[in-house]
Design a protein around this ligand. Sequence first.
Ligand code: NAD
Length: 362
Amino acid sequence: MEFQIAVIPGDGIGPEIVTEAMKILDKVGEVYGHTFTYKKLLMGGASIDAYGVPLTEETLEAAKNSDSVLLGAVGGNVGTSRWYQGPPETRPEAGLLGIRKGLELFANIRPAWLYRELADACPLKTEIVGEKGFDMVIMRELTGGLYFGERHTTVENGVRKAVDTLVYDENEIRRIAVKAFEIAAKRSGKVTSVDKANVLDSSRLWRAVVDETAREYPGIQVEHMLVDNAAMQLVMDPGQFDVVLTENMFGDILSDEASEITGSIGMLPSASLGKTKLGLYEPSHGSAPDIAGKDIANPIATILSAAMMLRYSFDLDREADAVEAAVQQALTDGYRTGDIYSEGCRKVGTREMGSVIAGYIR
Ligand code: NAD
């Protein structure tokens, strides 16, 4: 099969890690008989330097016309970079918000799992993580809720008052619930929907719509959990979760908590999906300007993002499994970039890690 991928290297370590992900895709193409073609696009600081804005219409159009988008990361050193001298909408990260909105991506998926080989980096006690470790995905609604509601600040009788509104309609909830059930069907078949239904109307609607959607997926187990309990359960018994489905702000917080308990941010991929098969795939970490250009960045989060692209945008599950297995093999054989290095392992740079993983693709 043939796929056209829009590749946005971005800033900082972005170009280095994206190059390694393309190396892996090329190897998958060779082994499984697919052709991946790449259209390189600028976004973030690189686009500001070239065109004066973080995202051009042309870049957005080219992304829309591709089968999927692979992104490195955008942004520079916030304290010193000239990219941060103007208002928020002129900064590199505005490109990210613009492309998510332009591509109508409403579901953000961030997996968090623990590799046995990296268990030392996990801040949780061994008896909590247990033998089986954990392997979950957090599904966060991306375009509604508190971050997109009306807001204003007023002064009444000399007292400042700020208001933010949290709005969801049932269609916004249903479309992400459907995604969560579809993804659970490809995994262990359990959805934990997280809300604050004991307090919020928007959460009560969320719960009702998730239950209605669940009737269409009889094979999937559904449970509801209050967000405060979910935050606690994540550090007390992370192994209980498979797909965690939640609204925008709860998802923002819980997905950061979940990645933190893996102890290795350079390992975690992410995907943003919409109604169609077109998705945006990027590592969970940022552009790491402090280590850019040194061939020391860990490319695994980006490589695993490419694996998610194979699985969710192209329905190439076997090929995605092969990439994940190759990453596992590299870790089992002791290859480590500096961020995940421990004594007795073999320290490699960005490029070598990519080549080692490519070599394990079967
Ligand atoms: P960061 O994730 O870039 O870096 C945090 C720390 O983790 C740094 O010490 C960095 O060296 C390290 N690190 C990150 N990725 C790594 C990797 N693959 N291998 C090894 N070490 C890695 O977060 P930050 O420093 O807060 O942000 C830096 C820039 O990235 C900022 O401009 C920020 O706005 C931007 N950012 C972009 C995205 C995105 O593009 N989606 C996300 C977060 C931050």
